[in-house]
Design a protein around this ligand. Structure first.
Ligand code: ATP
Ligand code: MG
Length: 418
């Protein structure tokens, strides 16, 4: 029988790579803490309705990318394609934002989308996600954008571009939407088939089309900035002023609309110059209509999601540091069979003291044990002499020097040296 492989679009993160992922998550965790965000753990599956209502019926995600199935109780369940809707649901359900309270929440984990797998695009991929709920003013947008920029700064990513736009609100977007329908209707013959279906359902998405012909037409489309209401215009101006005050450079792109329906006002993306086609390492923005779309009271929100798989690709490409790779520091070796028990006891004692220690469990010869010790800084050798004198021979594997240390003092001796 042929070996069963992992499903298409998924992959295993093996030990050679997993410690680098841990570094990214640890850096994120520290950055989140410094910005006052608390971690939240969410279900990986939710009621399908949460996403069809919260992400939007006319988005790529809901139209064609969701992993949806009926569970044994006949309920329609979906593996989460993104985290924002789940975070908002959790905040509403647990009353985190009642009476004007705000909540700053972050989480990380796998997301699922049925897409065509390619470099930087997988069916199970990972996001670090931060959401600031309950604050309507533009300073929250600036804080969220700053947080994502700071995360990438700490990770050492270079050659990034911050792109921002405003997509308006329920007051001004219908007007803009109609302007787009009028404009694109006059260019119907040149639009791709997908965009033709978008024309009535969600014309803003045509702006986002990656097809060359559609792109050319979209470049000439009416400018959203001319349609923004006073409130949206003012909000956007303050976001820009905030970013400038912090010394960040950014690009304006009126064609940045992002796939999700619930976005209002600020939309932004962070692009990497070193990723090719899948060049967005993070995307986010404001979503003041999400809470009501999923049946809650009106709670404004702004957040971002960062694609960890893509961050990883960029960091490898740019030779960024992942800190120190995990390694065994001390190898405990037995000279003869009678010493193996004492070696096992010493190994556990070292480990209890947070020293990464290893010893043989398969019955290797002393020579083979010392070979295995080669990658460590120190070897602790126990044989008949050491047992008799209650000492351990500690060999410094960098310079080959060796000393006898009393058994009671060996842990503190090594702690001081490591
Ligand atoms: P794209 O335009 O690349 O499809 P998106 O707009 O669908 O991205 P978002 O929903 O904004 O992506 O998700 C935020 C981030 O998650 C993206 O910027 C990207 O880094 C990452 N991401 C999204 N989909 C995938 C995927 N299938 N595989 C790997 N990373 C992904
Ligand atoms: Mg996508």
């Amino acid at each position: 029988m042929a070996l069963i492989n992992a499903p298409r679009g998924t992959r295993d993160i093996l030990p050679g790579e997993s410690w680098k992922w841990a570094y990214i998550v640890k850096t994120a965790s520290q950055t989140m803490r410094d910005f006052g965000f608390s971690e939240i753990h969410l279900p990986i599956f939710e009621h399908t309705e949460l996403f069809s209502r919260g992400v939007g019926e006319t988005t790529d995600i809901v139209e064609k990318e969701m992993y949806t199935f009926n569970d044994r109780g006949g309920r329609s369940i979906t593996l989460r394609p993104e985290a924002t809707a789940g975070v908002m649901r959790a905040a509403l359900e647990n009353n985190l934002c009642v009476q004007g309270a705000s909540a700053k929440l972050w989480n990380w984990g796998p997301m699922f989308r049925h897409e065509r797998p390619q470099k930087g695009r997988y069916r199970q991929f990972y996001q670090i996600d931060a959401e600031c709920l309950g604050i309507a003013g533009p300073r929250a947008d600036v804080e969220v954008i700053t947080l994502s920029i700071e995360l990438f700064r700490r990770l050492g990513l270079k050659n990034l571009e911050v792109v921002i736009n405003s997509v308006g609100c329920e007051k001004c977007r219908p007007v803009y939407r109609q302007k787009l329908i009028d404009y694109f209707s006059a260019h119907k013959d040149k639009l791709c088939e997908t965009c033709l279906t978008r024309l009535d359902r969600n014309p803003l998405r045509i702006l986002d089309c990656k097809q060359e012909e559609c792109g050319k037409i979209a470049d000439g489309a009416p400018d959203i900035f001319d349609s923004l209401c006073d409130e949206c215009r003012e909000h956007f101006a303050e976001v820009r002023a905030g970013l400038e005050r912090l010394g960040f450079t950014y690009t304006l792109n009126k064609r940045l609309v992002r796939g999700l329906d619930y976005y209002t006002k600020t939309a932004y993306e962070i692009l990497s110059g070193d990723l090719g086609a899948q060049n967005a390492v993070a995307g986010g923005g404001r979503y003041d209509n999400l809470a009501s779309a999923i049946g809650g009271s009106k709670v404004p929100g702004v957040g971002f999601a960062c694609g960890v798989d893509r961050v990883m690709l960029v960091m490898e490409e740019q030779g960024c540091s992942f800190g120190k790779a995990p390694s065994i520091e001390v190898y405990a070796a037995a000279l003869d069979d009678a010493s193996r028990g004492a070696v096992q006891v010493l190994t556990y004692e070292l480990r209890k003291n947070n020293i990464a220690a290893e010893s043989d469990t398969v019955g290797k010869s002393f020579k083979a044990q010392m070979k295995a010790a080669g990658v460590c800084k120190f070897a602790c050798i126990i044989g008949p002499d050491e047992l008799a004198n209650n000492v351990v021979a500690v060999k410094n594997l960098d310079d080959g020097s060796q000393e006898k240390i009393s058994r009671e003092e060996v842990v503190s001796y090594l702690k001081a040296k490591l």
